[in-house]
Design a binder for this molecule. Structure first.
Ligand SMILES: Nc1ccn([C@@H]2O[C@H](COP(=O)(O)O)[C@@H](O)[C@H]2O)c(=O)n1
Ligand SMILES: C[C@@]1(CO)OP(=O)(O)OP(=O)(O)OC[C@H]1O
Length: 135
């Protein structure tokens, strides 16, 4: 999405995909993204977060779970996410190989105050519901 700022990270710093990744891993009782993909390893420099999300979800499935649905919120003063929400949902669903109806993405400004409102950072939170894969 075009913007005059960018997030800083060791990987590609995709805040939303990292939140989704950590929520999936956490719900399955697995180690977090920083343990699976340490920021001390060169292989993870500039790494595509979609790739990490895919691998993390493979771990979740291997642990016996699959996604029922997820709900994420991006806290960002700018840019406006609304025009892009459907594309973001479709992209997250495609990465995970699930239906777009299983993915919900919301956005909140910081109402102009605090680190989000002053555009010092953006953050994302995500909750997921997993179901056990019946064997
Ligand atoms: N980066 C953002 C932030 C918010 N929105 C949408 O704007 C509406 C109002 O947001 P408030 O934080 O003032 O409640 C709301 O519908 C958000 O989804 C956005 O698109 N992009
Ligand atoms: C995934 C990693 C890999 O470098 O990426 P970062 O962009 O540093 O993102 P963050 O979520 O702060 O920490 C986890 C890192 O291990």
């Amino acid at each position: 999405m075009p913007h005059d700022r960018h997030a800083v990270g060791h990987s590609d710093a995709d805040v939303l995909l990292h939140a989704v990744t950590d929520a999936l891993l956490g719900a399955a009782g697995l180690p977090d993204i920083g343990v699976l993909f340490p920021n001390t390893e060169e292989v993870n420099r500039g790494r595509d977060s979609a790739d990490m999300l895919r691998l993390a979800y493979d771990r979740v499935v291997a642990a016996g779970y699959r996604l029922a649905n997820l709900d994420a919120v991006v806290h960002a003063q700018r840019p406006k996410l609304s025009p892009h929400k459907a594309a973001i949902v479709d992209r997250v669903a495609a990465i995970l190989g699930v239906e777009p109806s299983q993915v919900n993405v919301k956005a909140k400004t910081g109402e102009g105050v605090g680190p989000v409102g002053l555009e010092e950072l953006i953050e994302a939170r995500c909750v997921v519901l997993l179901e056990q894969i019946k064997t």
